[in-house]
Ligand binder design. Structure first.
Ligand code: MN
Length: 128
């Protein structure tokens, strides 16, 4: 069981993500307002953060930078979820500090696999 913070402004997506995580034995904490994400993360002390990139108010890239600048959160693996993966997005998202990213609409199996891998490796790149 892992504590997983989920930042996503779309109500259907956040329900889908949280239902999937709960079905796999995890404890999800949904955040729909990006302006509350940093405080919620500090309070919840998640094992993994999943964040949408396209968010109103504070973008997902800016949130990732905030998490990475926070003493208590900087080592927490982050999985970014993006609806518009354009050329260069992979580099921008990883440069901001994300450990992995997947595209929306998500493939359920891939989503669960990435979560499991990130929790097992703590977001560190796997050698080989
Ligand atoms: Mn969004």
């Amino acid at each position: 069981m892992a504590k997983i913070l989920v930042v996503e402004d779309n109500a259907l997506n956040i329900k889908l993500f949280c239902d999937l995580l709960a079905a796999h034995g995890h404890q999800p904490a949904p955040v729909t307002d990006s302006r509350e994400a940093l405080r919620r993360a500090q309070d919840f002390a998640p094992d993994l953060i999943i964040t949408d990139i396209q968010l109103p108010h504070v973008s997902g890239l800016e949130l990732i930078r905030q998490f990475r600048a926070d003493e208590g959160l900087k080592h927490v693996p982050i999985m970014a979820v993006t609806a518009y993966a354009a050329v260069g997005d992979d580099e921008r998202i990883r440069a901001a500090g994300a450990s992995a990213y997947i595209s929306k609409p998500i493939a359920v199996v891939r989503f669960v696999q990435e979560v499991t891998t990130l929790l097992e490796t703590n977001g560190e790149p796997v050698a080989g």
